[in-house]
Write a protein of this length. Sequence first.
Length: 213
Amino acid sequence: MTIPMNKRIAVLVSGGGTNLQALIDAKAAGKLPHGDIALVLSSSPEAYALTRAANAGIPSVVVDRKAYGSREEYTHAVTEALKGENIDLCILAGFMYILDTEFIEAFRNAVINVHPALIPSFCGDGFYGLRVHKAALDYGVKVTGATVHFVNEVTDGGPIILQKAVAVEEGDTPELLQRRVMEQAEWEILPLAAELFCAGRLSVKDGRVSISE
Ligand code: GAR
């Protein structure tokens, strides 16, 4: 009898890496039994996420956005850095750059992203990081949240895997709301979505995701 191999995960980061940490913690807690974090790829040499990877003994690579001109050139460099690593799943975990077709085709149906709002609200080009929470507060919504979705050619437009709602509270600032959305939603649904993918429980039909038992 052959035992199925765990899926090899690459986590792409740009900054603090709290979502990477949530994945590392989930693995340590036995909540990611079908996946292994094989590589962390950072768009910046300064990203604290690199320290988190080192502390967890995970290999990392920097593909510095500043060293490349166009989006196409940068996409090519990122794709090349991941090819040959036998990656089964790429997780965009606070990765702040949009990659184009070459990356999406190389990892078709094998890239997931965490977005800090309930898609289709407050998403698309220009909506990233604190800007998302500022837009939610400016609009006056009473509920926001986070979404994990497959990545396709449309920014934040791929099939939705999991979402979780979070209440907006009186006196919220973008920073306070960002923290609450991370704690109550992102750090929970991202590792869960990763495990569902790695366990082979996700299927996509007509742009919708089904989760099997
Ligand atoms: C997270 O809130 C993530 O959802 C968001 O950036 C933050 C990164 O934090 N991503 C986007 O806005 C992508 N559109 P982290 O580095 O601590 O995980």
